[in-house]
Design a protein around this ligand. Structure first.
Ligand SMILES: *[C@@H]1O[C@H](CO)[C@@H](O)[C@H](O)[C@H]1NC(C)=O
Ligand SMILES: *[C@@H]1O[C@H](CO)[C@@H](O)[C@H](O)[C@H]1NC(C)=O
Ligand SMILES: *[C@@H]1O[C@H](CO)[C@@H](O)[C@H](O)[C@H]1NC(C)=O
Ligand SMILES: *[C@@H]1O[C@H](CO)[C@@H](O)[C@H](O)[C@H]1NC(C)=O
Ligand SMILES: *[C@@H]1O[C@H](CO)[C@@H](O)[C@H](O)[C@H]1NC(C)=O
Ligand SMILES: *[C@@H]1O[C@H](CO)[C@@H](O)[C@H](O)[C@H]1NC(C)=O
Ligand SMILES: *[C@@H]1O[C@H](CO)[C@@H](O)[C@H](O)[C@H]1NC(C)=O
Length: 431
């Protein structure tokens, strides 16, 4: 009873938050999609009228896209930039605002195909939206990053497929990103953006292909997104505040992550991140917070993971303050990222590793107020006798069902348990 009450209260407050965020974003604009003939409507800027075509070269199409955008950006009112159905080879493009109008819609109905080699995209992103106010990206189109040959390469110099920089108020809906070279999508210094009803696809072995990475941004809602990729489905980096993540299906992939944090100096705090009603299947982590060894001081706080279903997941619940993928870290000093007010609630499903709950916090900044509520995990197969939890430097409390047996003390604010010596300390090796 108590837990169903809690569920309702949480649900209501989450819905209220989602609504609050939604108010900030413009409604999806239908003018472009209902008029797909599109050509001469005064507010419709069809790339094929600017000599883009399904037979043109990537650079010719980039030029045409940019011209259509520049024209759209000059009109007052609510222009629509239209890419009709068809497959277009496309080099890098930056849609840079601010524009004259108050609202711009990118109606992408076609499939955009990136050049396969990294050299053709010298910047950080293949398609960038920069400094736009009230933008909508929609249309059922596909962004094909053609990353296959770049996945084995080191991560520097690989472009993000879709990047939003300094965009304020926007909605991204009804598009597909596939086979990005690096992250599928990233938001940096963005505010008031809703992203929903997307598909993100790449194989499990595609390196560094995070689904959606958010940093330095606030008031972001992610809802109803299917993500299968080779790195984190969602990753939330430094300086991010007020994020709601709901209805994500993740797998394959490395799970839903806060971090990694503390790789660089002067990172800003992360706060008020709420993940709810998500499912993960066959991922190498479930819900995770990760910070680097030797991380300089910052904080991550008010983070909740509620109603998450896991199937065949490694490390379903994990805090890792010694995050060191591929031995990349240069120190073993404790992380100084302080993690506090963190809740894992109603997490259920199957673990394919014996350590189903791993809370490995910093020796110097123990985690504060970590709550485990109604954790119901089982071993995936009989090959795993028993699942367990592992804690170091965690202060917090548990309530409700606890499977595996918890390693946290029963009382809020109780000092750290000391059962770490006997438990194994496996470290996930992925990034
Ligand atoms: C579609 O565009 C055409 C050409 O400009 C215009 O005549 C027509 O009214 C538009 N239809 C709608 C539904 O906006
Ligand atoms: C997605 O876009 C396509 C093409 O414009 C449209 O037919 C379809 O209805 C859209 N789907 C949703 C859910 O909006
Ligand atoms: C972000 O949220 C805060 C607090 O809810 C609000 O004051 C602010 O106006 C929002 N900003 C945008 C761009 O939505
Ligand atoms: C939970 O997410 C799924 C998509 O994975 C969605 O279909 C369902 O409606 C969501 N449920 C609630 C209560 O929001
Ligand atoms: C946690 O975050 C939520 C939503 O962002 C906010 O409403 C709430 O006040 C925050 N709680 C604390 C203790 O800061
Ligand atoms: C579990 O996930 C792994 C990795 O995605 C996959 O190879 C394996 O087939 C899955 N096992 C089951 C029983 O689903
Ligand atoms: C903390 O937990 C231990 C063991 O469960 C218990 O003996 C001790 O009294 C608790 N301390 C406080 C301050 O609650």
């Amino acid at each position: 009873m108590a837990s169903s009450m809690l569920f309702k209260i949480t649900l209501i407050s989450c819905l209220a938050m989602a609504t609050a965020h939604k108010k900030a974003a413009p409604p999806a604009d239908s003018s472009g999609s209902t008029n797909s003939t599109g050509s001469t409507g005064s507010n419709i800027f069809d790339v094929t009228k600017y000599s883009a075509s399904t037979s043109a070269s990537p650079s010719a199409n980039s030029k045409a896209f940019l011209e259509a955008f520049k024209a759209a950006c000059k009109v007052k009112g609510r222009p629509t930039f239209l890419v009709p159905k068809g497959t277009y080879q496309l080099g890098p493009v930056t849609f840079e605002g601010p524009c004259q109008g108050t609202h711009i819609t990118f109606e992408i109905q076609g499939t955009l195909v990136a050049p396969p080699d990294v050299k053709s995209i010298p910047g950080n992103a293949w398609i960038e939206f920069d400094s736009l106010h009230e933008m909508v990206l929609q249309g059922g189109g596909v962004f094909d990053g053609q990353g296959q040959s770049t996945w084995p390469l080191p991560s520097h110099n690989k472009p993000i497929s879709i990047r939003l920089m300094k965009c304020v108020i926007g909605r991204i809906t009804n598009i597909t990103s596939k086979n990005s070279k690096f992250f599928h999508m990233s938001l940096h210094h963005a505010e008031g953006i809703i992203i929903e009803n997307l598909k993100i696809v790449a194989p499990g072995h595609s390196k560094n292909t995070d689904g959606i990475h958010i940093s330095g941004s606030s008031n972001i809602t992610l809802n109803n997104i299917d993500i299968g990729t080779g790195d984190d489905c969602i990753s939330i980096g430094p300086g991010t505040n007020n994020v709601i993540v709901t209805g994500i299906k993740c797998g394959p992939g490395h799970g839903l992550s806060i971090g990694s944090l503390g790789k660089y100096k002067d990172e800003e705090d992360v706060g008020n991140i709420h993940v709810k009603n998500c499912t993960l299947a066959g991922t190498t982590n479930g819900v995770r917070i990760k910070t680097w060894p030797g991380a300089p001081p910052s904080e991550a706080f008010n983070i909740t993971f509620d109603d998450v279903t896991m199937t065949n997941v490694s490390y379903p619940i994990i805090i890792d303050q010694k995050y060191c993928p591929n031995g990349e870290c240069t120190t073993h000093a404790p992380s100084l990222v302080k993690l506090r007010d963190i809740r894992f609630s109603r997490i259920r499903g199957t673990s394919n590793t014996p350590v189903a709950v791993k809370l490995a916090c910093s020796d110097k900044e123990p985690c504060q107020n970590v709550k485990l509520q109604d954790i119901s995990l089982k071993p995936l197969t009989s090959a795993i006798d028993e699942i367990s939890s592992f804690c170091t430097n965690v202060h917090g409390a548990v309530s409700g069902i606890q499977n595996p047996d918890p390693c946290l003390g029963p009382h809020p604010g109780n000092s750290s348990n000391s059962d770490s010596s006997s438990a194994p300390s496996p470290a996930p090796t992925d990034d």
